[in-house]
Write a protein that binds this ligand. Structure first.
Ligand code: IVH
Length: 709
């Protein structure tokens, strides 16, 4: 099971779909995409090929474009892919950094062992040894030593090219700067950077106190910490490192087996995991899996499974790789964690868009080493479906980063209280709650407070979004501070512009009132004012994103910013869209990945007087930087280009970025709209399709010749 085979396709053409079917398919595809994104970006373990992923995504987008009103909450079109860290140099891995194939059941693992035996023609009776060790939930790092000295540390990146994080890695205590004399002349050591749960909790507490972004879990924290541009910041985070693999080793490997090699790494000064065992039967390996699962919660760090590897390195060599994963290893994942607890209350949370979400407040319970106190109940229908009442004992599940879910009711005492979904928003306005409507006029499941900007909950959420990391990112002004300032009568921050008038209002209030508030000393007040000042100049894309227009996520904001170039042009276009100007709508519609849902939302936002006032007050406080427009006089400007096959002079990402810089649109699949196909060696179906459709095709050299670089 290296990569899953694409499912047999029997798909209704989008044109023939009705609302009911489209809604259902959108939900299913959105969930599928989210899962694949997670596997690819967070777990480094995709189960489908890039091409199949693209196909699913394309289908999703096609349906969403036709049925924008059925767009699911958390739609994949609102999300960006992997965080691409910039500012680091690139490192080309001499030996690619691979992912692992996954096993989810004992049977999957048995199948894996049988596959290995068949491949190597080792009969069942003959001994075959594997190592089994915890799969650390961190991020992989490759350390290159030459003549005993650390020369580069690189993240995995896309497996072929990673980021150079050497300065940061040097601050990690588990990473030796030099190796003993007997170590190989060239040695690339690979392993996992991680953070203990204890350090994670302590760091998050500090972050919260400073009003900075808190992290979701130790893994994200470790990744964020390693990718600080300032190595001094990495040094402040206590990161750790386990060595479990290697890349290039010259002149030769100092061992014949996986387990001996890990021993060698230990001798060279690396930390290795003491739960690694070399075992020779499936039974013993599975028993060790259970043992690791049993001690999981007691380990100081997060793990998400067990990795088995063929022990004999010559056999590993013979087995080789399939696509991104070795044939000689597999990750046996732990199932999602479940636990029983009591549901003490159901609260209603009001989101930024006014959506009301019921949240279960739980008797604290530890699930897989993490204390869970809340779980989402999604909506009123879900509460009804579960039949859950306050006081019930419920089974909850927590899987990875996902918000814990209530699975079912285990026990309901006679005095349990049924929950009545409120008909007015918990905000003091007592505004009525409206339900989203589907195009067919049916009631949707999402209920919203109709108060919009008048609803303090929504305003607060808007403000929190406004200062968040990908928006204005103001140091020292986080969720907590927004709550504090919002409720403060004299220093009230009730709309974004108020942030930028805070200092002058504070001064006017005579003698630095902020200075005398809880937690605000001399330095923290002036630090906050400095941080606000630093953001008075802002890029156009951040500003657009920060406005919190529905459906306008980070990527869409970038697209809009690039297309309109400066605030005045965007503002004018948005207002024209709001007035129903057809030309303005069409112009926006022509932009990549922007469909009716976004246009509708932009129009609505810019059609509301109080939003316009809010925006005007804000912009008058700011210097908005213009956006670089892509070159439009290049030979590929405005054309749709597809890259396929393996590219040799550039990575896929580079190719895409280059084409976009030159004003081209890059698509994942060939269609009638494709203008140009750039095909490297190994190109298959796309090349064939291009030939059928008469699409111009060239190789990589031809591309460079065409664009003149
Ligand atoms: S071996 C060729 N061993 O899991 C295979 N990987 O899903 C090299 N990981 O990218 C990886 N613990 O970041 C290996 N004990 C372990 C691991 C481990 C965690 C990570 C690693 C890899 C990912 C694949």
């Amino acid at each position: 099971m290296a990569l899953e085979k694409p499912r047999p396709v029997r798909e209704t053409p989008v044109k023939e779909m009705d609302d009911a079917e489209a809604g259902e398919v959108l939900q299913t595809l959105a969930a599928e995409i989210a899962e694949h994104d997670k596997r690819y970006h967070q777990q480094d373990a995709p189960v489908i090929s890039d091409a199949d992923y693209d196909r699913i995504k394309q289908r999703y987008l096609a349906i969403e474009a036709r049925f924008p009103h059925l767009k699911p909450v958390d739609a994949p079109s609102d999300k960006v892919g992997a965080e691409v860290a910039s500012g680091f140099g690139k490192v080309v891995h001499r030996v690619g950094m691979l992912s692992l194939d996954n096993a989810f059941t004992d049977e999957d693992f048995v199948d894996f062992v049988e596959r290995v035996r068949r491949f190597l023609r080792i009969p069942g009776g003959d001994e075959l040894a594997f190592t089994a060790e915890p799969k650390i939930d961190g991020l992989s790092l490759s350390l290159r030593y030459e003549k005993g000295a650390l020369v580069t540390a690189a993240t995995r990146g896309n497996g072929a090219v990673g980021e150079n994080v050497t300065a940061n890695a040097l601050t990690i205590r588990d990473i030796p700067h030099t190796l003993p004399a007997h170590a190989p002349e060239v040695l690339e050591v690979r392993g996992e950077v991680y953070m203990t749960r204890e350090d994670f909790v302590a760091l998050n507490e500090r972050q919260a106190q400073l009003g900075k972004q808190t992290y979701v879990n130790p893994r994200n924290t470790a990744a964020g910490s390693l990718r600080q541009l300032d190595a001094a910041l990495t040094a402040e985070r206590s990161l750790k490192f386990f060595a479990y693999a290697w890349g290039e080793v010259l002149p030769e490997l100092p061992a014949d087996t996986q387990s001996e090699m890990v021993d060698r790494l230990g001798e060279y000064g690396f930390k290795t995991n003491d739960l690694m065992r070399r075992l020779t039967t499936v039974e013993a390996l599975l028993a060790h899996y259970r043992e690791i699962e049993r001690v999981r919660a007691e380990l100081p760090y997060d793990i998400d499974g067990v990795v088995y590897k063929v022990d004999d390195l010559r056999l590993q060599q013979r087995l080789g790789f399939v696509s991104r994963s070795p044939r000689w290893a597999i990750a046996h994942k732990f199932p999602a964690e479940k636990a029983f607890t009591i549901l003490n209350a159901i609260d209603i949370q009001v989101g930024r868009t006014g959506a009301l979400t019921p949240v279960a407040r739980l008797e604290p319970v530890t699930v897989g080493g993490v204390v869970v106190t809340n779980a989402t109940l999604h909506n009123a229908e879900e509460i009804e479906r579960l039949g859950v009442r306050i006081g019930d004992t419920v089974e909850i599940q927590r899987a990875g980063d996902v918000i814990p879910q209530v699975l079912r009711v285990e026990k309901s005492p006679p005095d349990a209280i049924a929950f009545v979904f409120p008909s007015i928003c918990p905000c003091h306005l007592k505004t009525p709650i409206v339900r989203d409507e589907t195009a067919g006029g049916a009631e949707g499941v999402v209920r919203r407070c109709s108060g919009e900007f008048a609803c303090p909950y929504q305003r607060k959420e808007h403000l929190k979004h406004f200062v968040s990391r990908k928006a204005f990112d103001i140091d020292g002004l986080g969720d907590k501070q927004i709550e504090y300032f919002y409720d403060d009568a004299t220093l009230a921050i009730r709309q974004p512009a108020d942030i930028f008038t805070l200092k002058s209002r504070d001064d006017a209030q005579d003698l630095q009132k902020l200075k005398n508030r809880d937690g605000y000393g001399d330095t923290s007040a002036s630090k906050l004012f400095d941080a606000i000042e630093a953001r008075r100049t802002i890029t156009l894309d951040r500003l657009i994103f920060a406005l919190g227009i529905r459906h306008v996520g980070e990527t869409t904001a970038k697209t809009l910013a690039r297309a309109y170039g400066n605030w005045a042009a965007f503002d004018e276009a948005a207002k024209a869209v709001a007035k129903g100007n057809e030309a303005a709508r069409e112009e926006m519609d022509a932009l990549d990945d922007i469909g009716p849902a976004v246009i509708e939302a932009v129009g609505r936002f810019f059609g509301e007087a109080h939003n316009l006032e809010m925006v005007e007050a804000l912009v008058s406080q700011l210097t908005v930087m213009d956006m670089e427009r892509p070159t439009s006089d290049s030979p590929v400007a405005g054309k749709t280009v597809v890259f396929t096959g393996s590219l040799e002079r550039m990575t896929r990402e580079e190719a895409k970025a280059m084409a976009e810089r030159l004003g081209a649109k890059v698509a994942g699949s060939v269609s009638k709209k494709t203008d140009l196909l750039v095909a490297g060696p190994g190109a298959g179906s796309k090349l064939k399709k291009a030939a059928e459709l008469g699409v111009e095709t060239m190789d990589e050299d031809g591309w460079f010749e065409l664009v003149g670089t």
